[in-house]
Design a protein around this ligand. Structure first.
Ligand code: KG4
Ligand code: ZN
Length: 342
Protein backbone atom coordinates (compact mmCIF):
# COMPACT_ATOMS: atom_id res chain seq x y z
CA UNK A 1 0.00 0.00 0.00
CA UNK A 2 1.38 3.42 -0.86
CA UNK A 3 1.83 5.98 1.92
CA UNK A 4 -0.02 9.21 1.17
CA UNK A 5 0.69 12.36 3.16
CA UNK A 6 -1.19 15.66 3.08
CA UNK A 7 1.19 18.52 3.96
CA UNK A 8 -0.06 21.85 5.30
CA UNK A 9 2.18 24.91 5.61
CA UNK A 10 1.03 28.18 7.20
CA UNK A 11 4.02 29.51 9.14
CA UNK A 12 4.27 32.94 7.54
CA UNK A 13 2.41 34.57 4.67
CA UNK A 14 1.91 31.64 2.29
CA UNK A 15 -0.92 29.15 2.67
CA UNK A 16 0.24 25.91 1.07
CA UNK A 17 -0.94 22.31 0.74
CA UNK A 18 0.65 19.34 -1.00
CA UNK A 19 0.24 15.64 -1.48
CA UNK A 20 3.28 13.36 -1.37
CA UNK A 21 2.86 9.65 -2.06
CA UNK A 22 5.79 7.34 -1.24
CA UNK A 23 8.12 10.33 -1.39
CA UNK A 24 6.83 11.49 -4.78
CA UNK A 25 5.21 14.91 -5.18
CA UNK A 26 1.67 14.49 -6.50
CA UNK A 27 0.58 18.12 -6.06
CA UNK A 28 2.08 21.25 -4.52
CA UNK A 29 -0.22 24.28 -4.17
CA UNK A 30 0.50 27.68 -2.74
CA UNK A 31 -1.50 30.86 -2.23
CA UNK A 32 0.59 33.97 -1.82
CA UNK A 33 -0.82 36.81 0.23
CA UNK A 34 -0.38 39.98 -1.79
CA UNK A 35 -2.11 41.97 0.92
CA UNK A 36 1.20 42.58 2.76
CA UNK A 37 2.88 44.40 -0.12
CA UNK A 38 1.27 47.70 0.78
CA UNK A 39 2.77 47.49 4.29
CA UNK A 40 6.36 46.69 3.32
CA UNK A 41 6.37 43.47 5.34
CA UNK A 42 4.14 40.73 6.70
CA UNK A 43 1.36 41.97 9.01
CA UNK A 44 0.70 39.01 11.35
CA UNK A 45 -3.01 39.69 11.95
CA UNK A 46 -3.70 40.02 8.22
CA UNK A 47 -1.66 36.87 7.55
CA UNK A 48 -3.74 34.71 9.90
CA UNK A 49 -7.01 36.02 8.48
CA UNK A 50 -5.83 35.29 4.94
CA UNK A 51 -4.77 31.76 6.00
CA UNK A 52 -8.31 31.18 7.28
CA UNK A 53 -9.74 32.22 3.93
CA UNK A 54 -7.22 30.23 1.88
CA UNK A 55 -6.74 26.99 3.73
CA UNK A 56 -9.83 25.07 2.60
CA UNK A 57 -9.57 25.95 -1.11
CA UNK A 58 -5.83 25.25 -1.23
CA UNK A 59 -6.21 21.82 0.42
CA UNK A 60 -9.12 20.93 -1.85
CA UNK A 61 -7.09 21.88 -4.88
CA UNK A 62 -4.08 19.87 -3.70
CA UNK A 63 -6.29 16.79 -3.34
CA UNK A 64 -7.93 17.41 -6.69
CA UNK A 65 -4.66 17.88 -8.57
CA UNK A 66 -3.25 14.73 -7.00
CA UNK A 67 -6.45 12.94 -7.99
CA UNK A 68 -7.05 11.49 -4.54
CA UNK A 69 -9.79 11.67 -1.93
CA UNK A 70 -9.34 12.41 1.77
CA UNK A 71 -10.04 8.73 2.54
CA UNK A 72 -6.73 7.89 0.85
CA UNK A 73 -4.70 10.23 3.09
CA UNK A 74 -2.69 8.22 5.64
CA UNK A 75 -1.50 11.20 7.71
CA UNK A 76 -1.78 14.98 7.92
CA UNK A 77 1.60 16.66 8.31
CA UNK A 78 1.49 20.29 9.42
CA UNK A 79 3.99 22.97 10.40
CA UNK A 80 4.23 23.25 14.19
CA UNK A 81 6.83 26.02 14.04
CA UNK A 82 8.84 28.17 13.89
CA UNK A 83 6.80 31.04 12.49
CA UNK A 84 4.13 33.59 13.30
CA UNK A 85 1.95 32.25 16.10
CA UNK A 86 -1.37 33.39 14.61
CA UNK A 87 -0.46 31.92 11.21
CA UNK A 88 0.70 28.62 12.68
CA UNK A 89 -2.45 28.42 14.76
CA UNK A 90 -4.64 28.34 11.66
CA UNK A 91 -2.72 25.40 10.14
CA UNK A 92 -2.45 23.48 13.41
CA UNK A 93 -6.13 23.95 14.30
CA UNK A 94 -7.29 23.00 10.83
CA UNK A 95 -5.07 19.88 10.83
CA UNK A 96 -6.49 18.85 14.23
CA UNK A 97 -10.07 19.38 13.10
CA UNK A 98 -9.54 17.35 9.95
CA UNK A 99 -7.78 14.64 11.94
CA UNK A 100 -10.68 14.28 14.37
CA UNK A 101 -13.44 14.48 11.79
CA UNK A 102 -11.88 12.00 9.35
CA UNK A 103 -9.89 9.90 11.80
CA UNK A 104 -6.53 10.58 10.12
CA UNK A 105 -3.31 10.58 12.20
CA UNK A 106 -1.38 13.82 12.73
CA UNK A 107 2.34 14.46 12.25
CA UNK A 108 3.97 17.67 13.47
CA UNK A 109 6.75 19.12 11.33
CA UNK A 110 9.58 21.52 12.11
CA UNK A 111 9.59 24.04 9.26
CA UNK A 112 13.40 24.30 9.27
CA UNK A 113 13.89 20.55 9.08
CA UNK A 114 11.40 20.54 6.20
CA UNK A 115 13.42 23.11 4.23
CA UNK A 116 16.42 20.76 4.45
CA UNK A 117 14.40 17.64 3.59
CA UNK A 118 13.04 19.32 0.44
CA UNK A 119 16.16 17.76 -1.15
CA UNK A 120 14.47 14.36 -0.90
CA UNK A 121 11.27 15.19 -2.79
CA UNK A 122 11.03 13.12 -5.96
CA UNK A 123 9.07 14.07 -9.08
CA UNK A 124 6.49 11.84 -10.77
CA UNK A 125 8.37 11.82 -14.03
CA UNK A 126 11.63 13.16 -15.32
CA UNK A 127 15.20 12.19 -14.66
CA UNK A 128 16.07 10.38 -11.45
CA UNK A 129 17.26 12.94 -8.93
CA UNK A 130 20.58 12.52 -7.16
CA UNK A 131 20.02 13.03 -3.46
CA UNK A 132 22.63 13.92 -0.88
CA UNK A 133 24.15 11.04 1.07
CA UNK A 134 24.57 11.43 4.84
CA UNK A 135 26.23 13.25 6.41
CA UNK A 136 26.02 16.45 4.41
CA UNK A 137 26.33 20.14 5.18
CA UNK A 138 23.34 22.35 4.55
CA UNK A 139 23.24 26.12 4.45
CA UNK A 140 19.70 27.00 5.45
CA UNK A 141 18.98 30.57 4.40
CA UNK A 142 15.51 32.05 4.60
CA UNK A 143 13.68 35.20 5.61
CA UNK A 144 13.78 34.30 9.28
CA UNK A 145 16.76 31.94 9.59
CA UNK A 146 20.37 31.55 8.59
CA UNK A 147 22.17 28.49 9.84
CA UNK A 148 24.75 25.91 8.90
CA UNK A 149 23.58 22.41 9.63
CA UNK A 150 25.24 19.01 9.66
CA UNK A 151 22.57 16.60 8.43
CA UNK A 152 23.39 13.17 9.89
CA UNK A 153 20.12 11.56 8.89
CA UNK A 154 16.61 12.58 7.78
CA UNK A 155 15.58 13.53 11.29
CA UNK A 156 18.99 14.04 12.89
CA UNK A 157 20.40 17.53 12.29
CA UNK A 158 22.99 19.51 14.20
CA UNK A 159 23.33 23.30 13.97
CA UNK A 160 27.00 24.31 13.78
CA UNK A 161 26.56 27.98 12.87
CA UNK A 162 23.72 30.46 13.24
CA UNK A 163 23.07 34.15 12.71
CA UNK A 164 23.50 36.30 15.77
CA UNK A 165 21.16 39.00 14.45
CA UNK A 166 19.38 39.30 11.07
CA UNK A 167 18.81 36.43 8.66
CA UNK A 168 20.27 36.58 5.14
CA UNK A 169 16.78 37.01 3.65
CA UNK A 170 16.13 39.82 6.10
CA UNK A 171 19.32 41.52 4.94
CA UNK A 172 18.06 41.33 1.35
CA UNK A 173 14.58 42.53 2.31
CA UNK A 174 15.64 45.35 4.63
CA UNK A 175 18.22 46.75 2.20
CA UNK A 176 15.67 46.50 -0.62
CA UNK A 177 13.24 48.47 1.52
CA UNK A 178 15.86 51.19 1.99
CA UNK A 179 16.08 51.31 -1.81
CA UNK A 180 12.32 51.80 -1.97
CA UNK A 181 11.59 48.32 -3.36
CA UNK A 182 8.43 46.41 -2.39
CA UNK A 183 8.42 43.46 0.05
CA UNK A 184 9.91 40.88 -0.25
CA UNK A 185 12.89 42.58 -1.83
CA UNK A 186 15.14 39.52 -2.25
CA UNK A 187 13.81 38.35 -5.63
CA UNK A 188 13.86 41.89 -7.00
CA UNK A 189 17.45 42.49 -5.89
CA UNK A 190 18.32 39.23 -7.64
CA UNK A 191 16.77 40.41 -10.94
CA UNK A 192 18.37 43.85 -10.77
CA UNK A 193 21.74 42.42 -9.77
CA UNK A 194 21.89 40.51 -13.05
CA UNK A 195 22.08 43.87 -14.84
CA UNK A 196 24.56 45.57 -12.53
CA UNK A 197 28.27 45.71 -11.69
CA UNK A 198 28.94 43.76 -8.50
CA UNK A 199 32.31 45.44 -7.96
CA UNK A 200 31.03 49.01 -8.20
CA UNK A 201 30.38 49.53 -4.46
CA UNK A 202 31.96 47.89 -1.43
CA UNK A 203 29.92 47.13 1.67
CA UNK A 204 31.11 45.89 5.02
CA UNK A 205 31.50 42.22 5.78
CA UNK A 206 31.37 41.17 9.45
CA UNK A 207 34.42 39.72 11.13
CA UNK A 208 32.68 36.90 12.97
CA UNK A 209 34.95 34.19 14.33
CA UNK A 210 33.80 30.60 13.85
CA UNK A 211 30.74 29.58 11.90
CA UNK A 212 28.22 32.16 13.12
CA UNK A 213 26.82 34.89 10.89
CA UNK A 214 25.95 38.55 11.32
CA UNK A 215 24.08 40.77 8.87
CA UNK A 216 23.00 43.79 10.90
CA UNK A 217 26.30 45.64 10.29
CA UNK A 218 25.87 45.32 6.54
CA UNK A 219 22.30 46.63 6.75
CA UNK A 220 23.46 49.70 8.74
CA UNK A 221 26.41 50.24 6.40
CA UNK A 222 24.09 50.10 3.38
CA UNK A 223 21.62 52.51 4.98
CA UNK A 224 24.26 55.11 5.96
CA UNK A 225 25.96 54.84 2.58
CA UNK A 226 22.70 55.56 0.79
CA UNK A 227 21.78 58.40 3.13
CA UNK A 228 25.11 60.08 2.44
CA UNK A 229 24.86 59.60 -1.32
CA UNK A 230 21.24 60.79 -1.41
CA UNK A 231 22.19 63.98 0.41
CA UNK A 232 24.61 64.69 -2.45
CA UNK A 233 22.35 63.48 -5.25
CA UNK A 234 18.61 62.81 -4.66
CA UNK A 235 18.53 60.56 -7.75
CA UNK A 236 21.43 58.40 -6.59
CA UNK A 237 19.37 55.24 -6.04
CA UNK A 238 17.47 55.60 -9.30
CA UNK A 239 20.67 56.12 -11.30
CA UNK A 240 22.61 53.30 -9.64
CA UNK A 241 19.97 50.76 -8.65
CA UNK A 242 21.35 47.79 -10.60
CA UNK A 243 24.91 48.35 -9.39
CA UNK A 244 23.67 48.78 -5.82
CA UNK A 245 21.69 45.53 -6.06
CA UNK A 246 24.62 43.66 -7.62
CA UNK A 247 27.13 44.94 -5.03
CA UNK A 248 24.79 44.17 -2.13
CA UNK A 249 24.05 40.68 -3.42
CA UNK A 250 27.74 40.05 -3.98
CA UNK A 251 28.47 41.00 -0.36
CA UNK A 252 25.75 38.73 1.07
CA UNK A 253 26.80 35.84 -1.20
CA UNK A 254 30.45 36.28 -0.14
CA UNK A 255 29.55 36.23 3.56
CA UNK A 256 27.58 33.01 3.10
CA UNK A 257 30.16 31.35 0.85
CA UNK A 258 33.08 32.13 3.17
CA UNK A 259 31.29 30.38 6.03
CA UNK A 260 30.52 27.30 3.93
CA UNK A 261 34.18 27.04 2.95
CA UNK A 262 35.09 27.27 6.65
CA UNK A 263 32.47 24.68 7.61
CA UNK A 264 33.78 22.23 5.01
CA UNK A 265 37.31 22.73 6.37
CA UNK A 266 36.20 22.17 9.97
CA UNK A 267 33.91 19.17 9.42
CA UNK A 268 35.70 17.56 6.48
CA UNK A 269 32.28 17.04 4.86
CA UNK A 270 32.42 17.87 1.15
CA UNK A 271 28.76 17.32 0.35
CA UNK A 272 27.17 20.75 0.43
CA UNK A 273 23.47 21.60 0.10
CA UNK A 274 21.46 24.81 0.03
CA UNK A 275 17.96 25.29 1.41
CA UNK A 276 15.44 28.04 2.16
CA UNK A 277 14.13 31.05 0.26
CA UNK A 278 17.50 32.71 -0.29
CA UNK A 279 18.76 29.57 -2.04
CA UNK A 280 16.64 30.78 -4.97
CA UNK A 281 19.17 33.58 -5.41
CA UNK A 282 20.95 33.19 -8.74
CA UNK A 283 24.13 34.87 -7.47
CA UNK A 284 24.41 32.40 -4.60
CA UNK A 285 23.60 29.44 -6.82
CA UNK A 286 26.18 30.30 -9.47
CA UNK A 287 28.89 31.22 -6.95
CA UNK A 288 28.48 27.90 -5.14
CA UNK A 289 28.48 25.99 -8.41
CA UNK A 290 31.83 27.59 -9.24
CA UNK A 291 33.21 26.88 -5.75
CA UNK A 292 32.04 23.27 -5.95
CA UNK A 293 33.84 22.72 -9.26
CA UNK A 294 36.96 24.45 -7.98
CA UNK A 295 37.04 22.64 -4.62
CA UNK A 296 35.69 19.24 -5.65
CA UNK A 297 32.54 19.41 -3.53
CA UNK A 298 29.35 17.58 -4.40
CA UNK A 299 26.73 20.35 -4.50
CA UNK A 300 22.95 20.01 -4.05
CA UNK A 301 20.81 22.95 -5.07
CA UNK A 302 17.04 22.61 -4.71
CA UNK A 303 14.63 23.23 -7.57
CA UNK A 304 13.33 26.79 -7.35
CA UNK A 305 9.83 25.54 -6.39
CA UNK A 306 11.29 23.97 -3.24
CA UNK A 307 13.45 26.88 -2.08
CA UNK A 308 10.82 29.27 -0.70
CA UNK A 309 8.06 28.09 1.61
CA UNK A 310 5.98 25.23 0.23
CA UNK A 311 3.94 22.32 1.53
CA UNK A 312 5.69 19.55 -0.40
CA UNK A 313 8.61 19.92 2.02
CA UNK A 314 6.19 19.54 4.95
CA UNK A 315 4.65 16.45 3.36
CA UNK A 316 8.02 14.77 2.63
CA UNK A 317 9.08 15.36 6.24
CA UNK A 318 5.75 13.86 7.28
CA UNK A 319 6.56 10.85 5.09
CA UNK A 320 9.89 10.22 6.85
CA UNK A 321 8.21 10.58 10.24
CA UNK A 322 5.35 8.28 9.18
CA UNK A 323 7.68 5.41 8.37
CA UNK A 324 9.21 5.88 11.83
CA UNK A 325 5.78 5.89 13.49
CA UNK A 326 6.41 9.40 14.76
CA UNK A 327 2.85 10.68 15.26
CA UNK A 328 1.47 13.63 17.19
CA UNK A 329 -1.37 13.85 19.74
CA UNK A 330 -4.25 16.30 19.70
CA UNK A 331 -2.64 18.25 22.53
CA UNK A 332 -0.01 19.65 20.12
CA UNK A 333 0.33 23.45 20.10
CA UNK A 334 2.04 25.75 17.60
CA UNK A 335 5.48 26.94 18.66
CA UNK A 336 6.65 30.30 17.32
CA UNK A 337 10.27 29.85 18.37
CA UNK A 338 11.21 26.31 17.50
CA UNK A 339 14.82 25.42 16.78
CA UNK A 340 16.12 22.55 14.69
CA UNK A 341 17.36 20.70 17.73
CA UNK A 342 14.38 21.38 20.03
O1 KG4 B 1 12.06 30.25 3.07
P1 KG4 B 1 11.23 31.44 2.82
O2 KG4 B 1 10.20 31.38 1.74
O3 KG4 B 1 10.47 31.89 4.10
C1 KG4 B 1 10.99 31.80 5.39
O4 KG4 B 1 10.91 30.68 5.97
O5 KG4 B 1 11.52 32.84 5.84
O6 KG4 B 1 12.24 32.64 2.53
C2 KG4 B 1 11.80 33.92 2.21
C3 KG4 B 1 13.01 34.81 2.01
C4 KG4 B 1 12.69 36.29 1.86
O7 KG4 B 1 13.55 37.03 2.69
C5 KG4 B 1 12.97 36.55 0.38
O8 KG4 B 1 13.37 37.87 0.11
C6 KG4 B 1 14.10 35.58 0.13
O9 KG4 B 1 13.73 34.42 0.84
N1 KG4 B 1 14.25 35.27 -1.29
C7 KG4 B 1 15.31 35.68 -2.03
C8 KG4 B 1 15.08 35.22 -3.35
N2 KG4 B 1 13.88 34.58 -3.38
C9 KG4 B 1 13.39 34.62 -2.10
N3 KG4 B 1 16.42 36.35 -1.68
C10 KG4 B 1 17.31 36.59 -2.65
N4 KG4 B 1 17.16 36.21 -3.93
C11 KG4 B 1 16.07 35.52 -4.33
N5 KG4 B 1 15.93 35.13 -5.61
ZN1 ZN C 1 10.69 28.97 5.26
Amino acid sequence: MPITILGIESSCDDTAAAIVRDGIMMSNLITNQDIHRAYGGVVPELASRAHQANIVPVINQALEEAGIGLEEVDAIAFTKGPGLLGSLLVGVSFAKGLSVSRNIPLIEVNHLQAHVLAHFIREKKGREKIMPAFPFLCLLVSGGHTQLVVVNDYLDMEVIGITTDDAAGEAFDKCAKVMGLPYPGGPMIDRMAALGDKNRFRFSKPSMAGLDFSFSGLKTNFLYFLRKKLSEDPDFIKENSNDLAASLQHTIVSILTDKIIEAVAITGIERVALAGGVSANSGLRSRLKAEAVHRGWQLFIPDIAYTTDNAAMIAITGFFKYIRNDFTGLDVVPTARYGLQS
